[in-house]
Design a protein around this ligand. Structure first.
Ligand code: NAD
Length: 492
């Protein structure tokens, strides 16, 4: 909430890389001209810090400032593709527990050209988990792996936040996008949690869709969507789709909300192709700053700035990315765009819907871990073998395992290749060998798993090693209150 004293609210500001310094300067000039009552504690993060030898891209001093101020306005940061240092953005989001990434995208038709005049979608993206855990390994000559981590607290938090956001902002519907037909365990947890928590919000329409058709429909019929909640990777892609659909990737801002701190940024990157040219659109960062103002309890100031911005766009004063002959009136650079917004402070848009300070729900999540009974019932042993056919490999492994544990199946890239595999299935050098208790009957469609002792696993691994089988990784198989905590192999 806004303080009743006249003390300015101190926020952390990092201008970032590429176009970051230009758009940050433009946005802070607008906020100051609007009398938003902010003071800035500046830090440097990103490329400059790496070049100075700071491997994480964030110095100790910068972390201290970040932890001191609950609000953070951040410019875009360059991350190299493929090799090179890790993303500072991902480090910031995860280290500071910023679990919700909120990205509103609305069309500003007819002033900004868009194929979807009625679009007004908010993507609420899980921000800490999924494939962005960044846990990757090369396990064999052929095979590389990235772990997809989805937790109960992470999922409950983001889904509750999406419903609370919808309520706080007068939204009518929440759509959950997942791929639970394929990833039944991880995405299945997400959709099950959505359905369960959704019962606490009877006033909101709710639906679950598969991410592929969902994304296609968001791209072609965005009017069908209101608030969308999804996992990290899907949300990353989807929110760029929605931003681009609304006119330009340069327009949308986003909030990264945590229990203790919130970080606000444009959704676009550092745009090195136009850096230093005074050509960047500062609107994305400006919209992010307006979300920050709402978060700080400064809704009136957010409205003032947003309405001046909308008036600027209505007057046809456009940066190059949204400039269209016949539609726009004046093509301006970053500085002149900021001047134009400042000149319109106090004005409301004539036709575009004027801004109304929306609410940011306060995260109110408490997690109480349940204590299900957890029984070990088997192990998946991943082995590297470059030479054997599936039947030969099975024979070798069964001979090595003896009667310690029973080989149930072998898969290659998730597809069953033993028993009764197909000669047509392409095989790499990376095999998953599933072992279960010695007395489990394995050719039944509904296996009843037998609880095994951890000593069996140690004995099995020793036996495999002694027989020259190269184990590259293992995964224990557990039952939680008797329910399988692992997926079946394709064709199992
Ligand atoms: P980008 O968003 O930087 O640029 C994509 C295209 O959009 C470019 O043609 C660019 O000129 C244009 N564009 C982007 N922002 C604009 C603006 N405000 N005004 C006008 N045009 C704009 O995406 P990219 O080129 O894929 O990434 C560049 C770098 O930014 C990479 O290192 C990437 O990792 C990083 N990145 C950072 C963030 C972040 O800090 N949150 C987000 C995305 C990408």
């Amino acid at each position: 909430m806004e303080s009743s004293t006249s003390e300015p609210t101190r926020i952390t500001v990092a201008e970032g890389d590429g176009i970051g310094p230009e758009i940050t300067t433009a946005v802070l000039r607008i906020l100051d001209a609007a009398g938003c009552g902010l003071s800035y504690e500046r830090i440097s993060v990103g490329e400059k810090e790496y070049l100075r030898g700071e491997n994480s891209g964030i110095s100790k001093d910068a972390w201290a400032v970040l932890r001191r101020n609950p609000l953070f306005l951040k410019g875009p940061i360059t991350t190299p593709q493929g090799a090179g240092y890790k993303s500072v953005n991902v480090t910031l989001r995860k280290t500071l527990g910023l679990f919700a990434n909120v990205r509103p995208c609305r069309s500003l038709h007819p002033y900004v050209r868009t194929q979807h005049p009625g679009m007004d979608v908010v993507v609420v993206r899980e921000n800490e988990e999924d494939l962005y855990a960044g846990i990757e390994h090369r396990q064999t000559t052929d095979v590389f792996q990235c772990l997809k981590i989805v937790s109960i607290p992470g999922t409950e938090k983001i889904i509750r936040y999406a419903f609370d956001y919808a309520l706080a902002n007068g939204r009518k519907k929440v759509t959950c996008l997942v791929k639970d037909n394929i990833m039944k365990v991880t995405d299945g947890l997400f959709s099950d949690t959505f359905r369960r928590i959704g019962k606490e919000y009877p006033g909101l329409a709710q639906e679950v869709q598969i991410i592929d058709i969902g994304t296609a429909r968001v791209a072609t019929q965005p009017g069908r969507y209101d608030v969308v909640v999804t996992l990290n990777l899907y949300g990353d892609i989807l929110s760029d789709v929605t931003a681009e659909l609304s006119g330009s990737v340069g327009m949308a801002g986003s909030a990264n909300v945590g229990d203790h701190l919130a970080m606000f940024e444009a959704i676009h990157g550092s745009a090195p192709d136009i850096a230093g040219l005074d050509a960047a659109n500062p609107s994305g960062l400006l919209n992010a700053a307006c979300m920050l103002l709402v978060h700080a309890g400064k809704g009136a100031q957010a409205e003032l700035v947003q309405n001046a911005w909308l008036s600027t766009l209505e007057d046809g004063v456009h940066t190059a990315d949204i400039y269209r002959e016949g539609l726009s009136k004046q093509r301006v650079g970053t500085r002149a765009f900021a001047d134009a917004v400042i000149a319109r402070l106090g004005r409301a848009p004539r036709e575009l819907v004027a801004a109304k300070a929306s609410g940011e729900p306060m995260p109110r999540y408490t997690y109480k871990r349940a204590s299900p009974r957890k029984d070990l019932c088997g192990i998946d042993v991943f082995v590297c073998d470059e030479r054997s056919a599936p039947d030969e490999l099975a024979a070798k492994i069964r001979a090595a395992a003896g009667d310690i544990l029973q080989l149930k199946l072998i898969t290659n890239r998730g597809v069953k290749v033993w028993p009764e595999g197909f000669a047509e299935t392409f095989c790499t050098d990376h095999w998953r060998c599933r072992f279960v208790g010695p007395s489990v009957k394995i050719h039944e469609s509904k296996a009843t798993y037998e609880v095994i002792s951890p000593q069996k696993i140690i004995a099995l691994l020793s036996a495999l090693e002694e027989n020259g089988i190269e184990v590259v990784k293992t995964e224990n198989l557990y039952l939680f209150d008797g329910v399988r905590g692992f997926s079946l192999g394709q064709g199992e």
